[in-house]
Write a protein that binds this ligand. Structure first.
Ligand code: HEC
Ligand code: HEC
Ligand code: HEC
Ligand code: HEC
Ligand code: HEC
Ligand code: HEC
Ligand code: HEC
Ligand code: HEC
Ligand code: HEC
Length: 394
């Protein structure tokens, strides 16, 4: 007799009934009655004609496949009554293996990749069913627009990712579950199972070092080092179900989701209108994509000449901005030094510290602002920094 299963089946009785049962038990019942109920429960496991046994919870797939159940009983599905037969088909009320999987029961065996997409997709795009759980229902629709989905449906290519490649299948967890493969910290590794496979990626002419580049980028270091899950990982830039590389037109939008000010000022720059023309890929032209690094104003010395002639007006503009940026940095550094020394000498420097902080703020504002590539705008802040650092330090 499998007591654990009986208890488990019992747990599947709606909570309300369970509560009724327990208040009944606690309020009225002596040990004898409890014992009787206990035996009733045990016999329910044997004689499946009793009311309790008629609940959907009696599931002979589970009886035979205890291991699968035990490994995954805490998964989002098994917790919510999505059982074996919902994905594999078959008749779960049949204790006999042959009958449980007979023709006409819809038994699929182990589903292939296309079947997986429709099994998962068709239940998850059912708005009536899913509304109850408050989760989105657009996964299948988006998946079909992704490179993965297109390849699977158009070319029958089974090397691409389907639902279970990213989510697993029996031990599926929520995005909030830090063990699930779709938890932000785990996503890069999930994608890397295939995107780091050199033989596979070579056959598509795609790079296989994306993960390595990412891991060493500012984003990757913040994700893995500081466990900062607000930072960009594969899915923040590519979308989850609609995994496609952001096109020339949408890169700014992708980065701009998080870097709002840089995006705003970039849109004011001379390069913004070039987005549709493939001559300029927005943020990526200067920062790269997977390997984004922390850069400084020194970058002006190399960036502009990558695309513009050394003697061009564009490069001259770049030089002016560079000078204003480094000029401000130098002024703030000098002022910091003076304040520090005065402090050591015992001079009262409270006012100077306040001015210095204001100067620092203006200098920080230059970071996003310089993306407008406007000498005029940067000059305004430069003037402010000069004024704030010129007074009262001698
Ligand atoms: C009486 C026990 C029994 C019942 C009931 C049973 N199975 Fe199985 N199942 C087995 C055994 C044993 C195997 C492995 C040997 C085999 O392939 O026949 C198996 C294999 C499988 C496989 C792998 C098939 C493959 O091609 O390798 C799946 C999937 C599966 N069962 C799902 C189910 C589902 C779904 C149900 C309920 C509708 C179910 N089983 C009911 C005993 C059972
Ligand atoms: C959410 C859908 C889903 C549910 C629910 C589910 N399975 Fe599966 N199962 C799959 C998929 C998908 C695969 C195939 C994965 C692959 O090989 O790519 C699979 C594979 C299997 C296999 C092959 C061996 C293995 O583990 O890879 C067995 C056996 C099996 N399932 C039995 C069960 C049983 C028994 C249950 C209920 C306790 C169950 N499954 C519940 C989707 C599901
Ligand atoms: C390329 C990997 C990938 C594939 C393929 C994929 N998913 Fe997802 N899925 C994710 C990621 C990552 C998340 C987490 C959400 C996020 O971070 O945007 C997610 C989230 C989900 C969620 C939770 C949504 C919510 O609102 O909480 C469901 C449900 C889901 N996926 C179902 C599916 C189904 C069904 C399929 C197949 C049609 C599928 N997924 C294919 C990566 C994938
Ligand atoms: C019979 C319907 C059904 C099928 C088939 C199904 N699911 Fe689900 N799925 C659900 C329900 C119901 C939930 C529970 C919702 C919740 O977590 O609150 C769920 C939860 C999930 C979640 C967790 C969502 C979250 O963030 O809480 C993911 C991810 C998911 N399913 C992916 C899949 C994948 C991948 C497959 C195919 C291998 C699949 N589902 C097959 C109904 C289904
Ligand atoms: C099961 C293996 C597998 C997994 C897991 C996987 N991919 Fe893919 N992906 C592929 C294959 C194979 C291709 C090649 C299809 C093509 O482009 O022709 C591809 C293509 C892509 C493309 C399009 C590349 C291009 O320009 O052609 C993007 C973007 C992408 N994947 C992102 C992701 C992201 C993000 C994840 C993780 C959330 C992920 N993939 C997980 C196998 C996988
Ligand atoms: C900060 C945003 C960002 C992150 C994070 C990111 N990507 Fe990309 N990815 C892009 C952009 C932008 C492109 C398009 C590059 C272009 O067209 O110049 C791209 C291109 C791709 C391509 C197409 C081939 C190529 O390299 O051009 C694949 C595949 C890909 N990314 C997979 C991934 C995977 C896997 C991860 C996680 C390890 C990831 N990406 C993380 C922005 C990102
Ligand atoms: C999901 C949000 C998100 C997206 C999308 C994103 N980033 Fe970031 N980015 C961050 C966060 C958060 C940091 C700060 C990381 C840290 O703590 O070091 C950062 C840091 C940076 C830095 C370094 C800043 C510094 O102080 O040196 C640069 C440069 C950068 N991102 C460029 C980009 C580009 C280019 C894209 C698009 C291809 C992009 N980011 C997409 C969130 C994002
Ligand atoms: C990825 C290539 C690329 C980079 C890097 C680049 N530019 Fe440009 N820039 C262009 C293109 C393309 C045009 C459109 C006119 C043209 O075709 O020369 C343009 C136009 C301009 C113009 C408008 C005047 C003109 O020459 O037509 C200015 C000013 C300019 N860029 C400044 C800069 C500065 C400053 C930098 C360095 C911070 C820079 N650019 C970096 C590609 C680039
Ligand atoms: C023409 C080249 C160029 C383009 C295009 C560009 N950046 Fe920058 N970006 C830089 C330089 C140079 C710096 C360093 C400035 C400094 O330190 O003074 C920088 C700094 C940054 C920083 C560091 C934080 C800060 O403000 O100091 C972030 C974040 C950033 N850029 C994001 C973006 C995003 C998002 C885009 C697209 C909307 C973008 N950049 C487009 C050249 C560029």
């Amino acid at each position: 007799m499998d007591i654990s299963r009986i208890i488990r089946d019992f747990q599947c009785v709606p909570a309300r009934l369970r509560r009724m049962f327990f208040s009944f038990a606690v309020a009225h019942v002596s040990g004898v009655v409890l014992l009787t109920i206990f035996f009733l429960l045990i016999s329910a496991g044997v004689n499946r004609n009793l009311t309790f046994a008629q609940t959907k919870a009696v599931n002979f797939c589970i009886s035979c496949h205890q291991e699968t159940w035990n490994d995954a009983k805490t998964s989002a599905h098994f917790q919510h009554g999505v059982y074996c037969q919902h994905c594999h088909g078959g008749d779960a009320s049949q204790p006999d293996q042959k009958l449980a999987k007979a023709a006409g029961t819809g038994y699929l065996g182990i589903p292939d990749k296309k079947q997986i997409v429709s099994i998962c997709g068709d239940c998850h795009n059912n708005i009536e069913q899913m509304n109850f759980y408050g989760i989105r229902t657009d996964q299948l629709a988006l998946y079909k627009t992704s490179m993965h989905g297109k390849k699977l449906f158009k070319d029958g290519d089974t090397h691409v990712a389907v639902c279970s490649d990213c989510h697993g299948y029996h031990e599926i967890g929520s995005v909030r579950d830090s063990n699930s493969p779709i938890y932000p910290l785990n996503i890069p590794k999930t994608c890397n199972k295939c995107h780091g496979n050199k033989t596979l990626m070579d056959s598509y002419g795609l790079p296989s070092d994306t993960f390595e580049l990412y891991k060493n980028s500012v984003h990757g270091k913040a994700l893995f080092g500081k466990k900062d899950i607000s930072v960009a990982q594969c899915v923040s830039c590519h979308g989850d179900h609609g995994a496609v590389p952001p096109g020339v037109k949408s890169i700014g939008v992708v980065c701009g989701k998080c870097h709002v000010n840089e995006q705003k000022y970039f849109m004011e720059s001379v390069h913004a209108d070039l987005a549709g023309e493939k001559k300029f890929s927005g943020c990526v032209s200067c920062h790269g994509n997977h390997g984004v690094q922390h850069i400084t104003s020194n970058y002006y010395k190399e960036a502009c000449v990558k695309c513009h002639n050394k003697t061009s007006d564009a490069v001259k503009e770049g030089k002016k901005i560079f000078q204003l940026l480094t000029g401000s940095e130098a002024r703030v550094a000098t002022a910091e030094n003076l304040v520090k020394q005065a402090g050591i000498k015992g001079v009262f420097v409270q006012d100077e510290v306040a001015l210095l902080n204001e100067a620092r703020t203006s200098m920080i504002e230059m970071g996003p602002l310089q993306h407008a590539l406007s000498v005029e705008k940067i000059s305004e802040l430069y003037k402010k920094v000069s004024e704030l650092t010129a007074e009262g330090y001698c």
